[in-house]
Design a protein around this ligand. Sequence first.
Ligand SMILES: *Cc1c(COP(=O)(O)O)cnc(C)c1O
Length: 362
Amino acid sequence: MTLLEIDLKKLEQNYSSLRRRLNHHSKMIGVVKANAYGSLSGLIAKQLVDLGVEALAVAYTQEAVELREYGIEIPLMVFYPQVEGFRDIILHNIEPVWYSKRSGKKFKEALSEEKKSAYPIHIKYNTGLNRIGFHPREAGWVMEQLDDSSFNVKSVYSHLAQTEAPKPNEKTENQISLFKQIMNKHSQASNQKPEFHLLNTSGVFNYPEYHLDWVRIGLGLYGFANHPEWNKTLQPIAQLKTKITQIHHITSGETVGYNCGWKASKNTRVAVLPIGHADGFSRQYGHGKGWVLINGQKAHIVGNVCMDMFMVDIGDIPCNEGSEVVILGAGIRADELAENAGTISYELLTASGNRIPRVLKT
Ligand SMILES: *Cc1c(COP(=O)(O)O)cnc(C)c1O
């Protein structure tokens, strides 16, 4: 059967390695959105709290509610709160991000309905990613709202569009310079004294001069950093393994899988593996774009990935029905496999479906 094995020792090593890299006064927000990048968010969050992260963050409110119900008590940010969830946010003492006038006004209403004051929030500016956040020219409006006892602005931040690109990088420099102006305004104007942050994992490696008060680290904790040199300081925490369900002897000219996706050019053996696109192993990896390791040897995926299974050409690789197969982990890096299929490690990791049991490496 298919298992995702999580190694908490490696999580600890990644955490320590990243922590050593930070400026001394910088604190760490551990990003555990999307089930901790496809692993197991409750378990990882708990471990990160024990290791010493000062805060955690997720993308959506429901993810944060689940962590509170799991017993996570440290400050918990929601990067992309939607207005429908504001009551849940307040009930569970979760810290929302304000990113637009609409979201700001709605949150203020929710606070007054719940009779709350000095509620912790974070403010996000859009300095050029053009995804979410206040326009820098809205800073005046934002600061007016803060002269109000309803809020305690814990931090003001922005998000960079290409932190892994080689330096110097004009786009990033423009974003940083806009953010510096915003920092000045917030530091001077309001009676609130927020802290500031800008960087994700690759930013931490590439822009050590901008660690500021906080950094927001996701991918790095799970063992990847978007650059071969930076990757060397980290280790993937998850290993995805399965076992061969069945082996077929295929004669030259026979086809394998739906729509006759692959045709054998010689006699060979094909192994069927119990994982498919419903488990997050997408069709992008079909037709030889992806591979697995059996007995240390590469076996390429043949034809289309099905919903629940896919097939690999095992030729003469010594193996039997029931033999172990490594899909991700020792010898197969998620970033390399993803790149070969035209995507990125983030997508491959977070796709891991909930049919796959998570087990702890012992
Ligand atoms: C997901 C996310 C991060 C974490 O990015 P990594 O590259 O995984 O470290 C940081 N900040 C924001 C706003 C995010 O959405």
